[in-house]
Ligand binder design. Structure first.
Ligand code: WTA
Length: 648
């Protein structure tokens, strides 16, 4: 680590530009005094076929209904592609860097537009209609981006699925979303390994059986590996798409028509698909890309997120393309085949804005400063990170060693539910504070509440992070489960959106995220519900009970520890078997650090697992377990500590 001199906590590391600060102050004042005209002004950032006459029609009370720009008509792909054709048609829209250093591909806006139109026509030729769901299961390749935009073009709803989901996880999501078509590939590369895409989809469809509505699979050739093809159902992208016309009339969508579903984890085992609609989401993607990243059309932007995450949706695809900037995507892994790979990509493509996750920063720090010091990194102007808390040390490293103390670091707090950044630094307009996600972006009304949901007055405090009013990028509901949406987000403090995170606020109104307040674990930026793990383990007949908790992990942020109770000590399953079950049911990314076989799990008298105690035991903090009087049987605790010590 670089030697970091002591500095006061809040610092003007990079001079605040008074003109920019003034501009932002005016925006905030307009948002506060006349939100309707403020939001309609923001709506001008994107292309509309019919400009909306109203902005917000949202209530967090009663049944909860969120609608924005309702009478507006648009197509998201037009804002991303068509409108740049006359000004930037021959400029690079998308640069794809293959895993192989020698292989890359650059598509101009015109090229990408043509590819998207061909694929859109191909989807139509397979009978995909407006409103149909199309699942996308691809690595970071051009076709992944083209698939999202092609769906948008014809008004189909894209559902991007993470490559790490098990076939079972895929099946569950294909059934829930009612997808009619899947776009996938043969296999993909992950370092020296291969990820099976097509065979996972085949296995998922087999498991899903007749309840699944998938009729067609489009298969992109990524590695050229041999894979089984089913006549009539499976189509080669290379055959189907090139024969299509490169022109495709964009479907005219209403602002509140669905643009995409994206699955995320909550407190219960069932994954939930957040519903994002067209107009508001696009406006919020464009607003936040400007405010937090200050992205300009001539900038080369690299957001390292996978398109299967919300960060990939908003800051790889929709935000940068709506801006007309050049987006870089990289097929490979961090530090593969050599530790300086990321820095080499930044120098090669003259990346101006790097947006990544704290988990990647921690991995890069491990490689040592000598690695980035071998590269110029002089093209960088902006740095951003999101997905989990960044420690002040990691922040300093990012700022000093990567940004050469020249690039503002935007620590952006947001969620799949929020569509775009929420708490974030506006570079050059405000001083930075390492480890703090800064202030709510213009137009947002954040508050902290007590555990009972009562609003805490302004000023330094700690509490639950809530928002009292809607914003355009907010998810409208959970697919097919509005009740769950209402109950998880709007009942904690009635009339407010509850984010699920705790936060601290300082005397300047800056916020720092203290972590999830619900049963969600954040492993390397992946959200995993404890119940997902517990439900998976419970499928093992030899197990009567399971409890998963998150503990601090140097590299991953949080790691998973699972406590399981076997039905009988004679038939206790092996740890390897249980790990295998979790990998099969949830995915390898959810692999626990440790599994302890114990005789009982601490619970309250009403039968609720007391995770606080389990977390402390799993972290080795057995000295101070806090108040155990609420436990149904406090004698469980010493037995548990003994079992854990013996198994360590
Ligand atoms: C966490 C990712 C601290 C938080 C964009 C949130 C963060 C969850 C930050 C959402 C940040 C995200 N600082 N924590 N800057 N950004 N989180 O839906 O707990 O995958 O609720 O969206 O990640 O994860 P999601």
């Amino acid at each position: 680590m670089t030697d970091i001199p002591d500095r006061p906590a809040i610092r003007t590391l990079i001079d605040v530009d008074p003109a920019k600060a003034q501009q932002v102050a005016v925006l905030r004042a307009q948002a506060a005094s006349d939100p309707e005209s403020f939001w309609l002004d923001q709506a001008r950032r994107i292309e509309w076929a019919t400009f909306p006459t109203t902005a917000s029609n949202a209530t967090f009370d009663g049944d909860v209904s969120i609608r924005w720009f309702e009478d507006g008509v648009l197509n998201a792909s037009v804002s991303c592609l068509d409108r740049h054709l006359s000004t930037r048609g021959d400029e690079a829209a998308l640069i794809w860097q293959a895993d192989d250093t020698a292989v890359s591909r650059t598509l101009t806006f015109r090229d990408l537009h043509a590819e998207v139109c061909r694929l859109a026509n191909a989807l139509r030729s397979l009978g995909v209609k407006r409103g149909d769901r199309v699942a996308i299961h691809l690595p970071m390749v051009v076709e992944g981006i083209a698939s999202m935009l092609a769906c948008a073009r014809i008004g189909a709803v894209h559902v991007v699925l993470f490559g790490g989901f098990s076939p079972e996880g895929i099946a569950e999501r294909l059934i829930d979303s009612g997808a009619v078509t899947v776009i996938t590939c043969d296999t993909s590369r992950r370092g020296a390994k291969r990820i099976q895409h097509k065979t996972s989809i085949d296995a998922a469809l087999k498991q899903a059986g007749t309840i699944c509505s998938v009729r067609n699979i489009i298969v992109v050739t990524v590695t050229g590996d041999t894979i089984p093809m089913t006549e009539g159902r499976d189509h080669r992208y290379d055959v189907l798409v090139p024969q299509q016309s490169p022109a495709c009339e964009p479907e005219k969508m209403r602002a509140e028509d669905i643009l995409f579903l994206l699955y995320t984890s909550g407190s219960t085992g069932k994954p939930k698909a957040m519903v994002h609609t067209t107009g508001g989401y696009m406006v919020w993607a464009a607003c936040t890309t400007d405010w937090a990243l200050s992205l300009k059309p001539q900038d080369v932007h690299w957001c390292t997120a996978d398109i299967a995450w919300i960060t990939g949706h908003t800051y790889v695809v929709y935000g940068p393309f709506a801006t007309g900037a050049t987006t870089v995507i990289y097929e490979g892994m961090l530090g593969w085949p050599q530790p300086g790979r990321w820095w080499e990509i930044i120098d090669r493509y003259q990346v101006a804005c790097l947006y990544t996750a704290p988990t990647a920063i921690r991995a890069l720090i491990r490689e040592g400063d000598a690695v980035p010091e071998r590269y110029s990194l002089a093209s960088l102007r902006r740095l951003a990170c999101a997905g989990e808390p960044i420690s002040p040390d990691a922040w300093e490293w990012f700022y000093n060693v990567v940004g050469h103390q020249r690039c503002p670091v935007a620590d952006m707090w947001w969620q799949t539910e929020t569509g775009g950044g929420m708490l974030c630094l506006i570079p050059d307009a405000q001083p930075m504070k390492p480890g703090w996600a800064t202030t709510p972006l213009p137009g947002l009304n954040a508050v902290l509440t007590t555990e009972k949901g009562e609003t805490i007055p302004d000023g330094p405090a700690e509490g639950a992070l809530c928002f009292t009013t809607s914003w355009p990028g907010q998810a409208r509901t959970i697919w097919d489960d509005h009740k769950r949406f209402r109950e998880t987000c709007f009942t904690f403090s009635p009339g407010k959106y509850f984010a699920g995170d705790g936060a601290r606020r300082d005397e300047n109104g800056y916020y720092m995220i203290t972590g999830r307040m619900d049963d969600v674990i954040n492993v390397s930026g992946h959200r995993i519900g404890t119940a997902e793990i517990e439900d998976a383990v419970a499928t093992c007949h030899a197990i009567s009970e399971a409890a998963a908790v998150g503990i601090n992990h140097d590299l991953k942020g949080q790691g998973i520890v699972v406590f399981v109770v076997a039905r009988s000590s004679k038939t206790a399953p092996s740890v390897a078997l249980l790990s295998g079950i979790i990998a099969d049911r949830v995915g390898r990314y959810a692999a626990p650090e440790l599994i302890y076989i114990v005789s009982d799990i601490p619970k309250t008298r009403s039968g609720k697992i007391v995770r606080r105690v389990l977390r402390k035991i799993a972290s080795g903090e057995t000295e101070n377990l806090g108040d155990l009087s609420s436990l149904a049987d406090p004698a469980v605790v010493p037995a548990l500590i003994k079992a854990v010590t013996e198994q360590n």
